[in-house]
Design a protein around this ligand. Sequence first.
Ligand SMILES: [Zn+2]
Length: 264
Amino acid sequence: MHNKKSSFLWEHFTWPEIEAYLKTVDTVILPCGAIEQHGPHLPVDVDYFDAKYMAFKVAEGCEEPKPLVLPPIPFGVSYHHDDFKGTLSVTNDALSRFVYDIGMSLAKNGIKKIVILNGHGDNAPTLSYAAQMINRDAKIFVCVDTGETSDIDLLNLIDTPNDAHAGEIETSTTLALRPDMVQMDKAENETLKFGSKFLDFDNERSVNWYVQTHKISESGIMGNATKATKEKGEKMWEIMIHNMVRFVESIKNTPLEDLYQRRY
Ligand SMILES: [Zn+2]
């Protein structure tokens, strides 16, 4: 999908083209992924591929002039998966500094709104920290979406509680996009049950907490991958892209000052 010149991919412009485009659009999407184990049945690039795919589809779904899409950041904070081979991790410091530098550079180019589209849950605190610092120093709008715009809808589509990683959701979304990359014969059920309901990932009253994956899962799956289907995955993508398009359209068409405070 990235072979021919796309009108909204930052890397496909020449500098005079991008200078002209920036006069019509002040919004950019920055996809952030991870390269980490996703169980014995999914490739290690799921979070990277999905963030990249979603950013492309969201921009494609927006009206002209479309938001710009940056090249995705492939690596993330994944040391909780260190016991599983194939996992590559960068530190929180390195990732936040990297995203901060990109954000400051975008601001110099005239970008006023950055949507960080995060494909990997454990990047969230680090990306939020970077977003806060970019806002402090460049005075522009920066937000992080790690699925919040659609989580509640996705929960209604699945049967598995605490389906956090390489389970029913991610196996379904990968079946929908890349069925050849899914080894369903190796999919397992590792449904998680914790000692307190305040630890549940899908409880709206739960706390943020951290654990090494090998403590709670033998296969690296957190959830039930055997429940995944292509149909569920297609529905999930449709919902996630639709909601994110609505969000990006709403901020893209709103001047920065009005975004902070709508004056009636
Ligand atoms: Zn993932």
